[in-house]
Design a protein around this ligand. Structure first.
Ligand SMILES: [Mn+2]
Length: 325
């Protein structure tokens, strides 16, 4: 039996479904989660989207964000819980207890490092976005995709492919995007809302970080550093660092880009890679995870120590990539 048909049937049989995004949610998980909730609403099946870290301002245009919950509700637990790209239960943040009280847990994920924990697992690392997988579940629900659902799904696809620039973009991705545009969503409005409504503080912070750019390994490794002072001087929040690692990767000759963000007791490391180097291998060695081209980790210690350790791993990864090719 078709797995996604079984998932659709389970959702149709559920009196209430809790759809849980991962911590620090992105356009893919929120878009996919909101699209699934909207689709269930169309067939009179109540569904709630949950996100420990709420909704980032750049995604506030997504239909239904006003109903996203950030705390586990009291009362009757949801009989069915769907996790959206959570490779392990802890990625659900404060909603992890809901997995224990649910009758059925469904995991939909495209992350390489997924460790099975659900009753039904739709795991497809070849999917460009989890939104591609959710689009197929919605199709099996028999729901006509309308403009709000299309906008959410297209946001998932657009953001996880870096606007169709990353290697994960396939003909299937573009066909789905075309279908969603025929349902009334546009790529332009998403690009405008997500990437072209930036704050001055974000650009100032990028300026600080880029002016301190370091190159290692003959220019194959780019390193950026976000100190607490830089955040204060730019009047930027810690969430405004997203996108800097991707900028570092655009440099000619760079195969691994590493961004280090000074936090209270830890250092947040964001890793981007290309041309055969694997960001996820470096991230896993640091105790984190992610995709081959984009990964990250939160590492205890001061920034100098963490930088030295990560650079050692980056050198090792360049050798590994050489051997793989
Ligand atoms: Mn994703």
């Amino acid at each position: 039996v078709d797995l996604r048909a079984a998932i659709a049937q389970t959702l149709r049989d559920s009196t209430h479904t809790l759809i849980v995004c991962h911590v620090a949610p992105d356009g893919d998980c929120l878009g996919a989660g909101l699209a699934l909730a909207a689709a269930l609403g169309r067939v009179q099946k109540p569904a709630t989207v949950a996100s420990t870290d709420g909704v980032p301002p750049s995604l506030a245009f997504l239909p239904g964000v006003d109903r996203v919950i950030t705390e586990l509700p009291e009362g009757e637990p949801a009989p069915v819980v769907v996790t959206i790209e959570c490779p392990s239960p802890d990625r659900t943040g404060r909603f992890a207890p809901a997995l224990g009280t649910a009758r059925t847990v469904i995991a939909i994920d495209h992350h390489e490092d997924h460790v099975p924990y659900a009753n039904l697992t739709d795991w497809d690392p070849s999917a460009a976005a989890v939104g591609e997988q959710v689009a197929e579940v919605i199709e099996r629900l028999g729901v006509e995709i309308d403009r709000p659902i299309a906008l959410s799904l297209l946001t998932a696809v657009v953001t996880d492919t870096g606007v169709f620039r990353y290697t994960n973009t396939t003909p299937h991705t573009l066909r789905l995007a075309a279908d969603l545009m025929e349902r009334g969503a546009t790529v332009h409005e998403i690009v405008r809302m997500v990437y072209e409504e930036q704050r001055a503080s974000t650009l100032r912070l990028q300026g600080h970080v880029l002016s301190g750019l370091q190159l290692h390994c003959g220019g194959a490794v780019a390193v950026g550093l976000v100190t607490r002072d830089m955040l204060a001087e730019s009047r930027a929040g810690p969430e405004e660092t997203s996108g800097i690692a991707a900028i570092l990767r655009t440099l000619a000759g760079v195969r691994l880009a590493l961004l280090f963000e000074e936090r209270d007791e830890t250092v947040r490391v964001s890793i981007r890679s290309r041309d055969g180097a694997r960001a996820d291998r470096v991230a896993r060695a640091l105790g984190g995870g992610g995709h081959p081209a984009a990964a990250g980790a939160e590492v205890a210690g001061d920034v100098g120590q963490v930088l030295e350790r990560a650079l050692g791993l980056a050198v090792h990864e360049l050798k590994e990539a050489q051997r793989d090719s």
